[in-house]
Ligand binder design. Structure first.
Ligand SMILES: [Zn+2]
Length: 158
C-alpha cells in the first residue's frame, strides 16, 4: 500500500489509545511516521538487487508500484521478520512499554495492510504518471484512506 495509508492507519490506532490514556500525541505521530519508514527496506533491497540506478529513489518507487522487476520486500515483510520483530518488541517492552507499543502498532498495522494488498489484486486503479513516477492506487485504498481521515478528525475533535 501507499505511504499515506501506512501513516494514517497506525496514527488512528494510536489516537484511540491516547483517549485511553496509554499514549500521547507525539508517540501517536511517531507511530505513523515509523509505519511509513518500514518501507525503506524497498530501498535497501533495490540497492542490493538493481543492476543500474541502485541509489535512485524514483527507480525504487517505480519498481515497487509498477515494474516489479524483482521483489523489493526484505525479510521485514515476511513471516520470519514478523516473528523476529515480535521477539524484539517483547524485550523492548521490559525497557519501555510505550515505545514497544507504538513500534508494534506501526509494524503490525503495516504488515496487515501489505498482506491484504498482496492477496486482493485490485481491479480498478487510478493510474497516473507524474514527473516520471508511477502512481497506481486502487480505489478501495482511497476509500480506506478517507475512512481513516474521518476517524482521525472525529477522534481529534471529540
Ligand atoms: Zn510495505
Amino acid at each position: 500500500m501507499y505511504p499515506q495509508s501506512h501513516f494514517l492507519f497506525p496514527f488512528l490506532i494510536s489516537l484511540i489509545l491516547i483517549k485511553s490514556g496509554l499514549l500521547d500525541w507525539k508517540l501517536a505521530l511517531l507511530s505513523g511516521i515509523i509505519g511509513v519508514l518500514i518501507d525503506l527496506d524497498h530501498l535497501i533491497e533495490h540497492i542490493l538487487l538493481a543492476t543500474k540506478n541502485k541509489f535512485s529513489l524514483a527507480d525504487t518507487w517505480n519498481n515497487a508500484v509498477h515494474y516489479h522487476r524483482f521483489s523489493e520486500r526484505s525479510v521485514l515483510h515476511h513471516w520470519l521478520g514478523m516473528l523476529i520483530i515480535g521477539l524484539v518488541l517483547v524485550v523492548v517492552s521490559f525497557l519501555n512499554w510505550r515505545i514497544s507499543l507504538i513500534l508494534a502498532i506501526a509494524y503490525y498495522s503495516h504488515m496487515i495492510l501489505d498482506h491484504i494488498f498482496i492477496r486482493v489484486k485490485p481491479k480498478y486503479v487510478l493510474r497516473l504518471k507524474e514527473e516520471g513516477l508511477f502512481l497506481q492506487i486502487p480505489y478501495y485504498e482511497l476509500v480506506f484512506d478517507a475512512i481513516l481521515v474521518v476517524g482521525i478528525v472525529l477522534i481529534g475533535f471529540f
